[in-house]
Design a protein around this ligand. Sequence first.
Ligand code: PLP
Length: 493
Amino acid sequence: MTLSSGDSKIIEPLLFEKSVPDRQGFTWPELDVPASAPLPSNLRRRQAPDWPELAELQVVRHFTRLSQLNYSLDTHFYPLGSCTMKYNPKANERAASWPEFAELHPLRPDHLSQGILEILFNLEKWLGDICGMDAVTLQPSAGAQGELTGILVARAYHESRGQNRHVVLIPDSAHGTNPASVAVAGLTAVTVKSTADGCLDIDDLKSKLSSDVAVLMMTVPNTLGLFEPKILEIARLVHDSGALFYMDGANLNALVGLVKPGDLGFDIIHVNVHKTFSTPHGGGGPGAGPVGVKKFLADFLPIPRISLKDGLYSLSEESPKTIGRVRSFQGNTGILIRAYCYLRLQGAQGLASISENAILAANYVRVTLAPLFPKMPVTPCMHEVVVSGDGAYGPGVKTLDVAKRLLDYGFYAPTIYFPLIVPEALMIEPTETETRETLDLFCETIRTILDESRRDPSLLKNAPTTTPVRRLDEVKAAREPNLRHTRGETSPR
Ligand SMILES: *Cc1c(COP(=O)(O)O)cnc(C)c1O
């Protein structure tokens, strides 16, 4: 198997295919200590491992070339909506890789781990402050796991009051992880409709609130990138019915420093540290989904809890009402260290300007693109703008074709066909870290592509033509991924 483009042009063979028997990439220094006795023969391999044998430069060039086959934030504008692909300062990466952190053993006793415990303790406090929540757990390792944790906390709370509430209400525009987390938590997801402008349908909500409802889960800003204008009324309705109000805060880029979800009436929130607080997360990389709760829910949070007593930080598993562990050790600490550094670098003022600039950039794109799209939303958006491609393209052209053509022009494509309630959706999230020149060039490129779609649709239908691989069969790539290399398999060289 070889990574090759659609027309079989070889892009980069595997290291195994470049291997030459007995070639060495390095030499061992002379042994300067007495040679120890050899390992017992029953512990030794009978055959040398089947590893590639290469010179150092072959390896360096191989990985450098591979790293350049991809789009990345370091090389391209990456307006992927609902994902906050913003630039994350390298300083935070650097701090997280310091051996003092990277080599910390998770089983080190508390008295030898005061530094990291202090960092985690403060991070909990700051995230609680940003979210308007009284207690935070850093344990969950993804947004989806944060959702699961939050729902388990809500379930435990209702059970502790002898109530059997098994329904979780979720708007139809929600991220797919919401209903999935509810199902994993053993509860039942029920959909609440959205109105034509993408907000929650209050009448539908009223008809579904009952003594069976445990939680209403809402994404703010909602999945159309809009702020829910009736949020306080919704909070009141939910609380009057005895249910809890959960915020999916995966995308906090428009609220951080400006609005505290706790002040809006939310009881539980998860945030995606890897979207808002400085961890690059392409390719499904590691993340963290801390969960914040109001005081009356704090006892249900997962263990271990970090506490500070007499100047000493410690981890405690003693928490009688806890839902238990959701993760090994102390969570994804590498990610949490990045978040800690990011918050310290920004300060309160910096945090507010993140939101202000993210909102400004999204609205700049919205207004600049408005003349091109007949169904462009007229109300201001928050950190992202959802555009319907309906009626904007030449005959037979789809949003998918526009997205592929953008790749030819050196832009990563926005999220497409999400949320499902918007026909031919393009969900554009420029983020606060892009310059006006980049946003202008992006909008100008969209204009060019829409012109092409009327003049010569084949330019879009055949796109991309300039990328290492041409248009992929997306269904086959997802359903029948062929990722296995078989030794001796000949490649189409
Ligand atoms: C990204 C996202 C999630 C899921 O987060 P993961 O870390 O990918 O599990 C949930 N909800 C919303 C609104 C999101 O944007």
